[in-house]
Design a protein around this ligand. Structure first.
Ligand SMILES: [Mn+2]
Length: 374
């Protein structure tokens, strides 16, 4: 069994207490991993307010879950079980739920379940199986906990970010006239996997020429030509946690306006980063980036928010957007990624991943972000 991330679990329990939740039960892969420390499939994970943790899983996962997670107890279910004391006979995970309640809590227990991760169909089974218990929505408990990264999580994220940016740098080295966007994406994917990436996001963005004006221009078989901007936005995970890095580079000499917007985006990025510190509302960071881009009259081409939280999901709260009033706190990991996109011409985005600290922030990515002409 591996060592528990005590900081994370204590934080989670503190957030459960605010809502009077006795036991928190989660079923999404990310939340299971958050409570158990490792992924378990066909499963649910729980933590009680006293701090005991466990996993309820299919018999297929029982042995592995016992080996790799840090939880105290692994319960499992098996459609054909007759004998095993810790295995309940059930066809599905939700049908197996009563085994937890029977072993862990009294009749009056308040059960927290993040409603956003349960389908309506599953919820009706949960209701039926947990009749008599008070069930409350624990979405906030999870969000408020996961938004602050423990030292343990920060260390993993340093590694995922390092892998992701090494993939971007590798792809940039491969850029030459005639290579396709997809070739760059595939080579980078293989490279990041060899560097230890667990998962590559479902698509990698390689957007060249006019396509660089597409903020989500996933790689196509388009060939790269001289004079084009090439935006590479890669997302890869390590031990479940994501890194998200973007660079825009130029092959040869591009249109002058693209060089101009590169400098503006860089100015917006650097000013936004230097605004970040504990106590600042998220929207303030967006405001700073937007103000700079507006100053140069490119505001209407900055069509997304300035950044987002990142962790077990690529996109997590808070949003560095016009409307998110979340006050930044030390331990949040955020992307900062202003961009300018001019239709039929091209675009520029530069993205860094940062760790909010008491006095400012630490930029966790550290590859070159100045203008590059290949
Ligand atoms: Mn991003």
């Amino acid at each position: 069994m591996k060592h528990r991330d005590e900081f994370r679990l204590k934080n989670l329990i503190a957030n459960m207490e605010k809502k009077d939740i006795d036991i928190l039960i989660v079923s999404s892969p990310q939340n299971i991993r958050y409570i158990a420390g490792e992924p378990v499939d066909y499963a649910m994970a729980y933590i009680t307010k006293e701090g005991s943790t466990g996993v309820l899983c299919s018999i297929l996962e029982k042995e592995r879950a016992s080996d790799v997670t840090w939880v105290d107890t692994v319960y499992s279910y098996n459609p054909y079980s007759k004998t095993d004391r810790d295995v309940i006979k059930a066809r599905s995970i939700y049908q197996a739920l009563p085994i937890l309640m029977h072993k862990l809590t009294g009749e009056k227990a308040v059960i927290g379940i993040p409603f956003s991760e349960v389908t309506h169909k599953s919820y009706t089974v949960i209701r039926r199986k947990l009749r008599g218990y008070k069930i409350v929505n624990a979405d906030d408990v999870i969000t408020d906990s996961r938004i602050i990264k423990s030292k343990w999580e920060q260390d993993i994220m340093r590694k995922s970010i390092e892998i992701t940016e090494s993939g971007v740098s590798y792809a940039i080295e491969l850029i030459s006239e005639g290579i396709t966007e997809s070739e760059l994406a595939v080579e980078a994917e293989y490279y990041m996997k060899k560097k230890g990436a667990e998962k590559i996001y479902e698509f990698l963005i390689v957007a060249s020429g006019e396509r660089s004006a597409l903020p989500h221009g996933r790689a196509t078989d388009k060939k790269i030509r001289k004079g084009e901007a090439i935006t590479l936005d890669f997302v890869a995970s390590y031990n479940g946690y994501y890194g998200d890095i973007t660079r825009t580079v130029f092959l040869g000499t591009p249109d002058k306006e693209l060089i101009k917007i590169y400098k503006i985006v860089l100015e917006a990025l650097e000013n936004a980063i230097s605004t970040v510190k504990e106590g600042i509302p998220a929207l303030e960071v967006d405001k700073v980036a937007r103000k700079i881009i507006n100053k140069y009259r490119y505001g209407k081409y900055f069509i997304h928010s300035t950044g987002h939280g990142i962790g077990l999901n690529v996109h997590e709260p808070p949003r560095l957007s016009k409307t998110d009033k979340t006050v930044l706190r030390a331990g949040m990991v955020l992307t900062v990624e202003p961009g300018i996109y001019i239709p039929n011409k091209g675009g520029v985005r530069i993205e860094e991943d940062i760790l909010v600290t008491k006095s400012g922030c630490e930029v966790l990515s550290n590859s070159n972000r100045s203008l590059v002409f290949l």
